[in-house]
Write a protein that binds this ligand. Structure first.
Ligand code: SF4
Length: 380
């Protein structure tokens, strides 16, 4: 049972050295062939899984979904509508790399039904973009944003990364100001994490003097909070800011534990059955496509969550949201009070200044957002 659909596009024009996502460099033939594999998987999935009601959101993530030809995006969306139903008001997001789009292509995505664009800007500073191995420049990022507006997108998100090698607090403030000058509806700010197995991990060990130290990384997080909230954006999730009414419905669904079906190489699903069922597709493209070619769904073993698992998830996903979690919602879901279930953890984290009560809810403090992993560990 699900109400949201995620489609993973595991291709990029060039692999960035910091990236640990499931993605690889591709040719046009790879992309077209993959889109057809995705359509075949969707057909198989429709026999196995039922949508609770017409889809409330569809999200093309990657990788670089903007590399897929707009007519194929159109076909995928039409097929999703035929197989699962698509709500008239559904949020349909496509992640776009600024180096892969122009006004014409963006207008074609818009005509296909995409109504929200997530633009992977990352930085407006060319030397930092170069260090990240990105294929676009700051000018190209701005042009892509303006082209998206001209193509009719009224809901655009910009992604930025902080705690980059050599980045100062002044440079970060300038990134935020340049993003604000464009007037996006949504801004995501992520701290760089040096992922194991990436070229960045070899270049920058954990203690690298080229990376901002912890104090500076904290200052950058706080700077984003100050600058963006002063500009009218709601800090609605640890890494996400939105103008009123412009929160990402799809991503909010993850934090609310809505069911979603994930299709594509490396995609994950969560179905609302019992306390929840999770499973994922192989990250290996040949294994993924080969299984579908045999007429079988490619996902691995299904993991049925226990009540205890579901309670922990409810806490660490729900607490990511600035609204926090409600005692009523917890009781409704599990038939027991939040206080009696997590009394010791809630008391300890509140005393540490990481959680705070807000009416009948409990939420992270600003310090709690900075130390969120430490908070979440208390509920596992
Ligand atoms: S464009 Fe995004 S998904 Fe692709 S390699 Fe770079 S960071 Fe990874």
């Amino acid at each position: 049972m699900f109400t949201r659909l995620y489609l993973h596009i595991p291709f990029c024009r060039r692999k960035c050295p910091y990236c640990a996502f499931v993605s690889q460099e591709s040719t046009t033939a790879d992309l077209d062939g993959y889109a057809h594999t995705l359509l075949a998987e969707m057909g198989l999935a429709a026999h196995a899984f039922r949508a609770e009601r017409p889809l409330e959101s569809v999200y093309f993530g990657g990788g670089t979904p903007s590399l897929i030809a707009p007519p194929l995006i159109d076909r995928i969306l039409k097929r999703a509508g035929e197989l699962f139903g698509l709500d008239r008001e559904a949020e349909i997001t496509l992640e776009a790399n600024p180096g892969t789009v122009d006004r014409e292509r963006l207008a074609a995505f818009r005509s296909a039904g995409v109504n929200r664009l997530s633009l992977g800007v990352q930085s407006f500073h060319d030397p930092l973009l170069k260090a990240l191995g990105r294929i676009h420049s700051a000018v190209a990022a701005r042009e892509a944003f303006l082209a998206a507006r001209a193509a009719g997108f009224t809901n655009i998100g910009i992604d930025l990364i902080h705690a980059l090698p050599g980045q100062t607090i002044g440079m970060w403030r300038s990134e935020l100001e340049q993003a604000l000058a464009l007037g996006p509806e949504h801004i995501s700010v992520y701290g760089l994490t040096v992922e194991e197995g990436t070229p960045f991990a070899l270049r920058y060990g954990a203690e690298s003097p080229f990376l901002p130290d912890e104090d500076l990384a904290v200052a950058m997080f706080e700077e984003a909070d100050d600058v963006l909230t002063a500009a009218g954006y709601e800090h609605y999730e640890i890494a996400n800011y939105a103008l009123p009414g412009r929160r990402s419905a799809h991503n909010s669904g993850y934090w609310h534990r809505d069911g979603y079906l994930g299709l594509g190489c490396g995609a994950h699903s969560f179905l609302r059955e019992g306390y929840g069922v999770r499973f994922g597709n192989p990250a290996d493209l040949d294994a993924y496509a080969g299984t579908i070619a045999q007429g079988r769904l490619p996902h691995g073993a299904e993991l049925s969550l226990t009540r205890q698992d579901a309670m922990a998830e409810f806490m660490f996903l729900g607490l990511r949201m600035a609204d926090g979690i409600g005692a009523d919602g917890f009781r409704q879901e599990f038939g027991i009070g939040l206080d009696e279930t997590f009394e010791a953890a809630l008391a300890k984290l509140t005393a540490m200044g990481l959680l705070e009560p807000a009416g009948n809810r409990v939420r992270l403090t600003r310090r709690g957002m900075l130390l969120s992993n430490q908070v979440f560990a208390h509920f596992l």
